[in-house]
Write a protein that binds this ligand. Sequence first.
Ligand SMILES: Cc1ncc(COP(=O)(O)O)c(C=O)c1O
Length: 392
Amino acid sequence: MAYLTEEDRKYTTPEDICAHVGDEYGKFMGAVVPPIFQNSLFVRSTEFNGVPPTPYSYSRVSNPTVDIAERKIAALEGGDGALCFSAGMGAISSAILHFARAGCHVVIVDTSYGPTLGFVKGYLHERFNIDYTLVNGSSVEEIRDAIRPETRLIYLESPSSMVFRMQDLGAVSAIAREKGIGTVIDNSYATPLNQNPLKHGVDIVCHTASKYMGGHSDIVAGALVSRREIIESIQNNERALLGNNMDPFAASLLIRGLRTLPVRMPQHAANAEKVAAFLESSPKVKQVFYPGSKTYAQNDLFRKYMKRASGLMSFVPAGTWQEVVRFTARLRYFQNGCSWGGFESLAIPMGSDADSRAAGRPENLVRLHVGLENVDTLIADLDQALSELPDA
Ligand SMILES: Cc1ncc(COP(=O)(O)O)c(C=O)c1O
């Protein structure tokens, strides 16, 4: 658990925050890269022979390397503090559990990340009698209507990560606040560079840091950012009791990834904008889903809440499911993989069957992550692989 210091608050741009917040060269013998405190234990956590105690005792509770990652992420999102976790799902499940109580009700956007839905529908509902209502999320009225007297949480993911549906963060937060209901958002797609939900009244912002924040496809990690009393409570309850804290080595890789986040994100967006424009102009493509595109269905919300889109998009190519699968196999630069947010481009066919309909996505959808390769190479790769499909 780390809170922003007065010194941290002096850094106000993402570039300066990523380069300097929490690094404290004086504390670490001038090391420009902070050390990895690979300790489980810190002795002298109480005053000893007149020597003041160290703030650290045991790394499940807190660790100096993890603290630095937390301070950078808290500063980027504009919260009082942050908590880092062993996975994005650690942050998300802890945020949900912070608000959940036996017998309560949760309103959750139906295009949220699959395991998040699984946690609410399959785990909390079946084991702990917590009821839920799935909402499309694009209408504020629908969310308002779903609220019951026992609702304790509205869970948002905006944009979502398959069809990139957005929610009106300010309007939903205002309704929730008026009724004393908590709000949590998965902000992983946008990253703190492109959207800051706390400013619009959301209570907890969650991230999978396995994606853009880490940026190199070499860690599984998560983080949440909020105000002091919520951070304190999750630190003492969900994180300390479930033991889903981040380890110091992952924190060091995360800090390294964060240094270049402000450089990588505009490049992902620039490449993806060109790829989306190419797909939209292709006779082999039926539909493109990309918040950064002119044809994006929720452009008003995009302009209201986001600075720019990222590298993730999806589209429906022409052809049968088998033809779509063969199209992805013909790609040479886009590897077949389910994650995203790293330097590498990825393409994955999402399914043709009832699962797609149940998950609220069109059949034959292909999700693309546009990486940091040369964009002309990427477009040429898509072009050659699309050429064998029928026209839309
Ligand atoms: C949108 C979104 N949120 C959360 C997660 C979970 O993150 P993690 O894999 O770090 O637990 C993922 C992982 O793919 C994701 O895509």
